[in-house]
Design a binder for this molecule. Structure first.
Ligand SMILES: Cc1ncc(COP(=O)(O)O)c(C=O)c1O
Length: 368
């Protein structure tokens, strides 16, 4: 019996070897030795004040524009609670982050997907959705999108902001991958283009690790205050101990070095994945991101992701469902490939196994 270790090509998580244990341990020790009661006490629902101040300075905003949460996703939930009314339309890209769709549906909201191209959402469809649906908000991931690996062009960003102005739509810019750019030049954030109508969410999950659950939103102070009210009524305050450790780590200047280490670790993995796709699956269309965690592949006609997933398991590769990322159907041939948590060798072997599964699924279908 030959034991083949399954390659997990389905999980969009950071690489465990990216975790800066000794730095975090030092920050934890320093934070606790300072005996600041705020670390172990209840506190304001806006979150641990020194970290809010640090983030405000880092992003060039006022402190009352920053709220911390246990991960950024929880703040999105608070936003949907504060702003959403059952039956409301909310615009997303199609595909989009599947957990966001779950949250929206849990609140009775109606996600309306706008097709996403490699340079951002289809603007004619976006305008049509704004005009027809009068959405409460539009949730977009402009940088290194999860799941597609698309990045919105600066021209499209400006036009999205203009449309949001015209139709009075709140923009929710989810930006956890924004600083993980391995090449090319940074595009302006939606928040920088329209600070009065954008909430930008981000977190330390992809930088330090998701375990401490340190996420945040920046936006108009009035909206931030509304989120703080929901937060207070939900959990009193976020996890101050973890947030205090994150602050100690940030203020001792650790963030820039960590970002550089992540880029050095992940850039070769992106390249390995693009190389392997060109070699083993040249007939499939793959996005070519310049950063982030994800490449996506649209399989050639005649084979579905569902079939490839099933066959893939027999060949030792685990893949995510494609359709779950599509709010209103589609995605039958969509494959998300998170490349960061695999080594270049695992990526090459994983893509090779996927290609074997694609051929097998295609010939099984042809034989029917
Ligand atoms: C687009 C996007 N938003 C939010 C999250 C979750 O972030 P957090 O850990 O800050 O809740 C993820 C995690 O994969 C993500 O890809």
């Amino acid at each position: 019996v030959r034991l083949v270790k399954t390659i997990l090509f389905n999980r969009g998580v950071p690489a465990t070897e990216s975790f800066a244990f000794s730095e975090v341990a030092a920050a934890a020790g320093d934070a606790l030795r300072a005996e600041n009661p705020a670390l172990l006490q209840y506190g304001p629902s806006l979150g641990f004040a020194p970290l809010r101040e640090w983030l405000a300075a880092h992003h060039g905003v006022a402190v009352d524009q920053v709220i911390l949460g246990n991960g950024s996703l929880q703040l999105l939930e608070f936003l949907l609670l504060a702003q959403g009314r059952a039956g409301d339309a909310v615009v997303t890209e199609s595909p989009t982050y599947d957990r966001t769709l779950t949250l929206m549906r849990r609140h009775g909201l109606r996600p309306v997907g706008v097709p996403l191209a490699e340079d951002g959402p289809d603007l004619a469809r976006l305008e049509a959705a704004f005009a027809a649906e009068k959405p409460r908000l539009a949730y977009l991931i402009p940088d290194f999108q999860n799941p597609a690996g698309a990045t919105c062009s600066s021209d499209k960003r400006r036009r999205i902001v203009a449309l949001a102005e015209r139709y009075d739509v709140l923009l929710v810019e989810d930006a956890p991958y924004r600083v993980l750019r391995y090449r090319g030049t940074e595009e302006p954030s939606l928040f920088s283009l329209a600070p009065h109508r954008t909430l930008q969410m981000s977190s330390f999950s992809k930088l330090v690790g998701p375990g401490p659950r340190v996420g945040y939103m920046i936006g108009p102070a009035k909206l931030v205050a509304a989120l703080a009210k929901v937060a207070e009524d939900t959990y009193i305050c976020p996890a101050n101990l973890a947030h205090g450790i994150a602050w100690e780590w940030c203020r001792s200047g650790k963030l820039p070095g960590q970002i550089e280490r992540l880029k050095a670790l992940y850039a070769p993995r992106l390249d390995a994945c693009l190389r392997a796709l060109a070699e083993h699956l040249p007939e499939a269309h793959a996005t070519r991101p310049e950063g982030g965690f994800f490449i996506s592949v649209t399989l050639a006609d005649g084979v579905t992701t569902k079939a490839v997933r099933e066959v893939g398991l027999r060949h030792g590769v685990q893949l995510a469902d494609g359709e779950a990322f599509f709010p209103n159907g589609g995605g039958e041939r969509f494959l998300r490939l998170p490349f960061c948590a695999l080594t270049p060798d695992e990526i090459a072997e994983g893509v090779r196994r996927i290609a074997v599964a694609v051929r097998e699924a295609a010939s099984a279908r042809a034989a029917v």
